[in-house]
Design a protein around this ligand. Structure first.
Ligand SMILES: [Zn+2]
Length: 111
């Protein structure tokens, strides 16, 4: 964990929803009308790569524990924090979501 990184900072300050050796989950800062919207973050300090399919797959597996409903893993191609790998896990209620984010490449899981 490094200083001056918003995700490392969140790990020490926010409520941890779920944690493994390699990953942790916190509530996303803005819910954007969703009931469940989380940040799924690498514990390791690695740069964000939206096409890291191994980590995206683990995000899907974790989503299966966190959601009883359909859910979405956004790959974070527009992520503003580039220095620490993370993606958004969200339910599929998009009523208040801005249109742009629904265009973001994502993995949709139907329960
Ligand atoms: Zn960090």
């Amino acid at each position: 964990m490094k200083n001056n990184c918003p995700i490392c900072d969140a790990f020490s300050k926010e409520k941890i929803i779920y944690e493994t050796r390699d990953f942790f989950v916190i509530n996303a800062k803005t819910k954007k009308g969703h009931k469940q919207r989380y940040m799924f973050c690498s514990m390791q300090h690695v740069p964000h790569n939206p096409f890291d399919y191994q980590r995206l797959l683990i995000a899907v597996q974790t989503g299966l524990h966190l959601f009883k409903t359909d859910f979405v893993v956004f790959n974070g191609i527009y992520a503003s924090i580039k220095q620490h790998w993370h993606v958004i896990l969200s339910d599929r209620f998009f009523q208040d979501e801005v249109v742009d984010i629904t265009k973001e490449p994502r993995i949709e899981v139907f329960r």
